[in-house]
Design a protein around this ligand. Structure first.
Ligand SMILES: [Zn+2]
Length: 203
């Protein structure tokens, strides 16, 4: 049997295999082109709102960005950042340790811990789903509302884990780490008021 023939046979077999696969509902995010599961209100990769109209939350949520804060070197707190035309609402969804070094045993435990924190985040999101943003704010002391009007300075810093957004208001400073695609979404939905045009460092 010649090599060319073998190749053709293999290709035909592959085509047959592909053809046998159930037709999936291939929903793609218009913004980042990544596949999204059915029923998602926001793209899990970039945070863009996928469904038209009112999603609940008592306010017009334009995007849901995943962010994290790092209170200590080995600790990380995960937040969902709801962006509306008027404010940003940060809702705590979980906490995990972020160290990546360790023995195999430690890494194994780490895997369990990560799976647990993934479940924790999922549960927190589900809990937030039927609430309004005001109810979400009351649900946890770590949650906060940052009205755009109150922001005096907004800065972006490129780091090893994505971008750090430093938000300064009259009364406090907060910062969140976000991924690159999430940052693009954030830039798109933030109102272009002068107070929000912070400096972009190191990119
Ligand atoms: Zn997307």
């Amino acid at each position: 049997m010649s090599e060319a023939l073998q190749q053709t046979d293999w290709r035909r077999h592959r085509e047959w295999l592909i053809g046998r696969q159930p037709i999936r509902d291939c929903l793609k995010c218009q913004s980042c082109d990544k596949e999204v599961g059915p029923g998602s209100a926001f793209c899990p990769t970039c945070g863009t709102k996928l469904q038209a109209g009112d999603l609940g939350y008592g306010e017009n949520v334009l995007a849901l960005i995943r962010g994290s804060t790092q209170p200590g070197l080995a600790k990380m707190t995960q937040f969902d950042l709801f962006v509306t035309p008027a404010r940003l609402v940060a809702a705590k969804i979980g906490q995990d340790s972020s160290s990546v070094s360790g023995s195999l045993g430690e890494l194994f435990l780490k895997g369990i811990e990560l799976a647990a924190s993934h479940a924790e985040r999922k549960a927190a999101r589900e809990k937030h789903r039927p609430l309004t943003l005001d109810q979400i704010l009351k649900a946890n002391k770590a949650n906060r509302s940052i009205p755009f009007q109150a922001i005096t300075k907004l800065e972006l810093y490129q780091g090893a884990f994505g971008t750090k957004i430093k938000i300064q208001t009259e009364s406090e400073k907060t910062s969140y780490n976000v991924g690159d695609l999430q940052l693009e979404t954030l830039k798109r939905v933030l109102p272009s008021i002068p107070a929000l045009t912070g400096k972009l460092v190191g990119k």
